[in-house]
Design a protein around this ligand. Structure first.
Ligand SMILES: [Zn+2]
Length: 290
């Protein structure tokens, strides 16, 4: 605690770790060491599954550890520009105009993130979803890990859709509620299980830079599928392992076209990649049969 400001010390982070004996996707156990990073004195190691091509962190923080981190730390660090940052993991590495190495005032940092999300997420996500399903005021859109709610707010503005969010961060939830149009349904991706059991249904569920942050994406997608209407879609955007091997403390997984195709088959959904093989972000649509 900083006595002068009453602000928390956002540089102190700790995780409990667990190690996996087998690949969480295909259950085979040939794992090849595939890189490491270090943050605040903590090691994060990655392995590559020789069978299905999945790259995953192992050992990794437990689900409970991550939940606490996302509730109180992740966005709080991001708006202060003190989260994990490492360049050089991308083919044709570049930096965005929103990024620098200075520590930010949290108010300006929030404005910076909102602008980045408006510029990047809204323009990427909405055309892809609108190309897959008919959007109008009766469409129900859920975003998992919706951050500050910028994309959902635009779905409502442009098409009148009913919009729902899942977001762990206390801080981000304040901004989401300030839009007045987004209903916050839950805190974590794992809460999709209960949302489905209650019978809530959606036309589209969005995971923009969120699925790779969950510890059990197979279950999360199965629960998401149960929350979709027939013909509904799941939108996923994630770093593309081939050209953007984004190892960081938040990513237990780094997906590729191959591993997501494998995942789609596992959960019984139709897979379509909408991005090019060389794009650093891998964008896909999973469709539920009618
Ligand atoms: Zn595997």
């Amino acid at each position: 605690m900083d006595e002068s400001t009453g602000d928390r010390d956002y540089t102190k982070v700790s995780f409990d770790f667990e190690a996996l004996d087998a690949c969480p996707f295909c259950k085979k156990n040939i794992m090849i060491p595939s890189g490491r990073i270090q943050w605040l004195g903590i090691d994060f190691w990655y392995v590559f599954c020789a069978h299905c091509g999945l790259k995953f962190m192992n050992p990794r923080p437990t689900e409970a550890s991550y939940k606490e981190f996302y509730k109180t730390m992740f966005w709080e660090q991001k708006v202060r520009n003190i989260g994990f940052h490492q360049i050089g993991q991308m083919w044709q590495t570049g930096t965005y105009k929103w990024d620098n190495d200075k520590v930010w005032d949290p108010k300006q940092g929030l404005e910076n993130r909102l602008e980045k999300h408006r510029e990047q997420r809204v323009k990427t996500i909405i055309p892809v979803v609108a190309g897959e399903i008919f959007l109008n005021k009766d469409s129900r859109i859920l975003e998992v890990g919706c951050g500050f709610g910028v994309t959902l707010s635009e779905f409502h503005k442009q098409y009148g859709c009913k919009v729902f969010g899942i977001e762990p961060s206390d801080e981000a939830q304040k901004t989401i509620r300030s839009f007045g149009t987004i209903e916050v349904l839950a805190r974590y991706a794992e809460d999709l299980k209960e949302i489905g059991e209650k019978g809530l249904q959606f036309n589209a569920i969005i995971f923009s830079h969120a699925l790779e942050n969950t510890v059990d994406p197979v279950s999360v997608l199965q629960w998401a599928k149960a929350c979709l209407v027939p013909g509904g879609v799941i939108y996923i955007q994630t770093p593309n392992l081939v050209v953007f091997d984004q190892m960081n403390p938040y990513h237990p997984y780094i997906f590729s076209h191959a591993s997501l195709d494998f995942l789609a088959e596992k959960v019984g959904m139709t897979y379509k990649r909408t991005s090019l093989a060389k794009e650093k972000m891998l964008t896909i649509i999973l469709k539920k049969d009618r």
